[in-house]
Design a protein around this ligand. Sequence first.
Ligand SMILES: *Cc1c(COP(=O)(O)O)cnc(C)c1O
Length: 385
Amino acid sequence: MTPSDHPLRPSTLCIHAGTYLDERTDGACSPVFPSTAFAFPNAASENFYPRYFNTPNQRVIEQKTAALEQGEGALVFGSGLAAITTLLFTHLKPGDHAVFQTDLYGGTFLFVQELTRFGVAVSFAGTAGEFAASLRPETKVLYVESPSNPLLRVVDLAAIGQLGRERGVLTVADNTFATPINQNPLDLGIQAVIHSGTKYLNGHSDLNAGVIVSSAEVIQRTTEYAVNHGGLLDAHACFLLERGMKTLALRMKQHNENAARLAEFLLNHPAVAAVNYPGLPCHPDHAIAARQMRGFGGMLSFELRDAAKLDDVLAAFRLVLPALSLGGVESLICVPSRTSHRKMSREERQRAGISDGLVRVSVGVEDFEDLLEDFLRALEVAGCC
Ligand SMILES: *Cc1c(COP(=O)(O)O)cnc(C)c1O
């Protein structure tokens, strides 16, 4: 192979992009700059301050995520929801209308309810066709999540991106489940990408963070509002997030592989009625997923045939932890009807396709054989028919 000017590839970017080069020591890692007070010699110099989103450790995360998502710029926040609320408040005002995907992350859904209190009209859509049908003259934002929680539905991002361009509407994709390793919405024509850095980006279930990646123009405009909203991430957390992100590509390979194998196993288990994983050919959105994703991710959900056995099944796991959240190295399992979607009525859940026996799994990076044995043991309790 001869050397070329090929842009750096994702695993390399995870490790190297954005690293703050410490010229004093030539150390391999970015130093931590914890100061909240920086010299401000004159009006012409930049005033560094964490809430201005401009300190060195924040810049490291911004450059790394921008490089991975192929965006012109990024902003790092104290949580995924801080990123979402800041982006939406920046681009919506009373009288505007926004269209959101039907199966939104629970926290995003609750915030959308709040938007209506500020005079923003909202509606919901599932497919690209439904998004198109929901457009009004005052529509300013189209917001999607793909794959979605907890049914792993996949939206045609290129179609949404094109719709936004044609109608001059900002398009936003929450890329938390896919990660930039498996999918790059900006390359598909979406204008702004959201990440809950709490999940796969950090990957160790030990901090909260959020990121927006977009064009220089959107980032500049959002920064002007962000300093008034205050959702910053401090230097120490930025450093931990940077450390987590160095292994993102490596972790995602194992997440993708473990989830694909587990999905296949569950599909063939008599105690399981259905499996939702975009990598399975029987998944309703598999064709779109195969087009726009490089890997199908570490999230899946499945339906237990006999929901009455759920508690016994959950109690039988030894390795897999019954817990909320997702995207960490450890496998977690939760029941959406009792956790993320408990605030919906049973009928609303039924309509959304979330049955009482639906179980969501964040498949970790353990040895697959150990996960398999744990699932075999737990599902044995459910008996088969
Ligand atoms: C967790 C999550 C969020 C919110 O992120 P926080 O860091 O908890 O604020 C948003 N979207 C998705 C898809 C998530 O999984």
